[in-house]
Design a protein around this ligand. Structure first.
Ligand code: ADP
Length: 475
């Protein structure tokens, strides 16, 4: 499968060098994409810039119709998109289908919400004046996406951008460009006019550099590591470029004494082991109050032992391979550091060697974990659950907030008043209370502190692609 890039309604780039795309389950090459650089990126930005005038002038209802059509095409092709997704990213096929439906939900929701971009009038303080607030699309958007949600991270940016009247240039992660290309093919099939959606693959720093320095790009929206996010912020300063950043997390899970243990275990498993733990909002560290510690740990170990690791294309697999060797090395380092410093490993704690270049890791539960261990201070991005015992709710909250990250946090308690107190004290952009899977198209997603700037999804996700224009009219 030699794929091409998409610029101004044309599939192009056949003469460029090729970048191989690997299946992490087998390490086999499953396709190639062109290695585009500055020139192609500039062409894509020019195309988006030319298309902006007509796309932004369509009525919200006309844009909504395109998006509705696009939504139905994604839903009609769930199986095919999901197979591509599993092949290039590794997550189990059932999970990939779930992701594609979730990805489609952003197109659907923003197709509707685009009709509700309201301005307002403001009462004047003097006679003979009218004051209006208008909303306008920001302009050409450049979107940089990661590999862990190859479909949803594309549509979470594309849906609101297109609904707002913006045009877009997409740059998917090098590990997972094929899902993005498939999604762009469907956008083309939906009849979205040329230049409105463009896609480039290739050298990330070169493409990113052009995105940030080209004055025609008015907004850069990025999901990825905090490290690269900071680099983009520095580059953005040059032109005061509008930036949305969804960066790393280090989500705490608080299990309080009065939690419903079965509910907590089920949710923790879903939160941690979904996508093999390679999710920026997945629980990374668990603080369990001492009254429930043993009971919780026993059930958790038991449930974790049931999980099946394997090739995501095989029936019944719960956890696929890690994305690559670097991913594995980080997980391995966290586990070894913890056990060296006194953590007990109850299940997992090792790579499952199927073949040399594929990195499967057994779902792992560590207990007796303490705060100085690496795993309690950094995002692991793998299927490892470290459990630390705490005595009080205050202690759990203090540990939870003891991080430069502020993306997601989880708390399990059956007490309404205690739950309310805890959620007010957690410094995180997303909180799941008795819920391990809080994401939804209609809800704002994003982090505080070093986890990012801005929100995606919900009305905030549309606002991110709009400018505010205030008009004062003398009558
Ligand atoms: P991850 O650790 O999840 O791979 P990265 O932040 O490295 O996270 O990658 C997220 C996205 O950012 C990918 O699309 C990647 O290609 C892109 N990227 C990496 N380096 C740069 C850069 N210097 N400028 C712009 N984009 C980049």
């Amino acid at each position: 499968m030699d794929q091409l890039i998409y610029i101004n309604g044309q599939w192009t780039g056949a003469s460029l060098d090729k970048i191989p795309v690997h299946n992490p389950a087998t390490s086999q090459i499953i396709g190639t994409v062109p290695k585009a650089g500055k020139k192609e990126t500039r062409d894509a930005i020019d195309a988006a810039h030319s298309a902006f005038t007509s796309w932004s002038r369509l009525t919200a209802y006309e844009r909504s119709e395109y998006l509705e059509k696009y939504y139905h095409l994604i839903i009609d092709n769930v199986n095919e998109i999901a197979s591509i997704l599993t092949l290039e990213m590794g997550k189990p096929l059932a999970e990939a289908k779930g992701e594609v439906r979730y990805a489609a939900s952003f197109i659907k929701w923003f197709a509707e919400e685009g009709k509700r971009v309201y301005g307002r009038t403001i009462p004047s303080h003097v006679d003979g004046k009218e004051m209006l607030v208008l909303k306008a699309p920001v302009g050409v958007v450049a979107a940089i996406t990661p590999w862990n949600f190859p479909a949803a991270m594309i549509t979470r940016k594309m849906g609101p951008a297109l609904a707002a009247g913006c045009t877009i240039v997409l740059k998917p992660a090098k590990q997972t460009p094929l899902t993005a290309i498939m999604l762009v093919k469907l956008a083309e099939q939906a009849g979205i006019p040329k230049g409105v959606v463009n896609l480039v693959t290739g050298n990330a720093a070169e493409i990113g550099g052009e995105f940030l320095s080209n004055p025609k790009v008015r907004k850069v929206t990025f999901t990825g590591s905090t490290e690269i996010g900071k680099e983009l912020m520095i580059q953005a300063a040059q032109h005061v470029k509008n930036l949305s950043l969804e960066l790393g997390g280090h989500a705490p899970i608080l299990i309080l004494d009065d939690a419903d243990v079965d509910k907590a275990v089920k949710s923790v498993i879903a939160s941690k082991f979904r996508n093999g733990g390679q999710t920026c909002i997945c629980g990374n560290r668990v603080y369990v109050q001492e009254g429930i510690y043993i009971q919780f740990l026993e059930k958790l170990i038991n449930e974790t032992q049931q999980l099946k690791v394997g090739n995501g294309m095989d029936e019944g697999v719960d956890i696929g391979p890690l994305i690559d060797k670097n991913g594995f090395l980080k997980v391995d380092e966290h586990v070894h550091n913890a056990t060296r410093l006194g953590a007990k490993c109850w299940v997992g704690g090792r790579r499952i060697e199927v073949q040399e270049d594929a990195y499967y890791y057994a779902p792992t539960v560590l207990s007796d974990v303490t705060q100085e261990m690496l795993i309690m201070n950094e995002e692991t991005f793998g299927p490892v659950l470290p459990i630390q015992k705490v005595s009080t709710v205050e202690e759990a909250i203090a540990y939870a907030n003891l991080t430069p990250y502020g993306l997601a946090a989880y708390v399990f308690t059956e007490s309404h008043s205690l739950g309310m107190k805890v959620i007010h004290q957690l410094d995180f952009g997303i909180i799941g209370w008795n819920d391990g899977l809080p994401s939804a198209a209609q809800a704002p997603f994003g982090g505080m502190k070093e986890s990012g700037l801005g929100r995606e999804g919900g009305i905030e996700g549309l606002e991110a692609f709009l400018e505010t224009k205030y008009v004062s009219i003398g009558l």
